[in-house]
Write a protein that binds this ligand. Structure first.
Ligand SMILES: Cc1cc2nc3c(=O)[nH]c(=O)nc-3n(C[C@H](O)[C@H](O)[C@H](O)COP(=O)(O)OP(=O)(O)OC[C@H]3O[C@@H](n4cnc5c(N)ncnc54)[C@H](O)[C@@H]3O)c2cc1C
Length: 307
């Protein structure tokens, strides 16, 4: 019920307008978002790199509605890629295809993705194509595969909540395509996604194991979760299948489970932190609230604090 309400609020323009101008909410957002500017993101990546973490940076600007906004997003991704090279940052880019116009002009999204991949290639870095809600799954995987035919620095994301994901993981593993496995952050209908957390978690363990079992054929798995049980299961699969440590990594979101991030880093695993930045932070923040309603208390407390 609460999750449904938070998801509804995440899509509300009025909710966004009120929240983004409330100083308390902006302050709260800094727990999960590096800041609004590229300089904020660069500073956060520098700090993470110095502490022994890798990064992947996400410019928050999803669901754009005009070619001009797409041009702006492409310029921002390209500028960040240039900064990676110029400043010697250890950071990938994470992008959403709706930021590149997928909802209104698929060709524009395709062309823009190719530009971003080319700029990232020049900077010697990698681009992860985030997965959005299930209306976008097939188109996202199609554009990923098309782009990967010319750019090898692209990776896909699979959500364990979706019923189709066993088949997708099987196919991507056979192609040796890099995969980030997540549980899935979107509210989906029951014919498309598992309704119970038990099923989503069981699928996560199963999909990680299925991909790792096929890594002799190539590939690279990013296990993206804050769930210690999922992490332990993935470590068991890595060891059982004898997967070299440099072919697998753990990923977590900025500001979440720093203790688990440090634990994995200290155990010798590569840990990559997803660093979001940009002025369009409201829907991202609401998704983080929806997946962990305990955050709501901090949110409300901050929202009504002044100064
Ligand atoms: C690096 C990364 C990239 C992602 N990319 C995508 C993507 O492309 N598409 C997509 O749909 N989803 C993506 N997600 C989000 C993902 O789908 C989940 O919604 C999110 O990770 C929460 O699930 P969980 O695996 O952490 O497990 P959960 O069962 O939700 O949480 C396990 C534990 O983690 C902690 N935790 C989890 N979330 C929070 C939070 N918000 N605040 C505080 N503590 C929390 C709590 O201790 C909780 O008990 C990504 C997640 C990560 C880490």
């Amino acid at each position: 019920m609460l999750r449904r309400l938070i998801f509804a609020l995440s899509r509300s323009r009025t909710g966004a307008r009120i929240a983004m101008h409330a100083p308390g909410v902006r302050r709260f957002s800094r727990r999960f978002v590096a800041g609004t500017s590229r300089a904020d993101a660069i500073e956060a990546v520098r700090r993470l790199n110095a502490a022994g973490f890798e990064a992947t940076v996400s410019f928050l600007g999803e669901a754009v509605t005009s070619p001009a906004e797409v041009d702006g997003a492409v310029a921002e991704f390209s500028a960040f890629a240039a900064a990676v090279k110029a400043e010697g940052l250890r950071s990938h880019l994470s992008i959403k295809l709706t930021e590149l116009g997928l909802d209104f002009d698929r060709d524009l999204a395709r062309r823009s993705l190719n530009v971003v991949l080319a700029r990232a290639e020049e900077a010697g870095t990698f681009v992860r194509i985030d997965m959005e809600d299930s209306h976008h799954t097939q188109a996202t995987l199609d554009l990923f595969r098309e782009a990967r035919a010319t750019h090898r620095n692209a990776g896909a994301v699979i959500q364990s909540s979706l019923r189709r994901s066993d088949a997708d993981v099987e196919a991507l593993a056979a192609e040796g395509a890099p995969v980030r496995l997540v549980k899935g952050a979107y509210r989906e209908p029951p014919d498309v996604a598992y309704a119970s957390k038990i099923d989503v978690d069981a699928a996560f363990v199963r999909l990680a194991d299925a991909y790792l079992a096929r890594m002799a054929e190539g590939g690279w798995l990013a296990v993206a979760t804050h769930d210690a049980r999922m992490v332990r299961a993935a470590v068991r699969s890595v060891e059982a299948h004898g997967v070299p440590r440099d072919r697998v990594e753990f990923q977590m979101l900025y500001g979440i489970r720093g203790d688990l991030q440090r634990q994995l880093r200290d155990a010798g695993y590569r840990v990559r932190v997803y660093v979001p930045y940009g002025s369009h932070w409201y829907p991202y923040l609401m998704r983080r609230l929806a997946e962990h309603p305990a955050n709501l208390w901090f949110f409300v407390r901050n929202a009504f604090r002044r100064g």
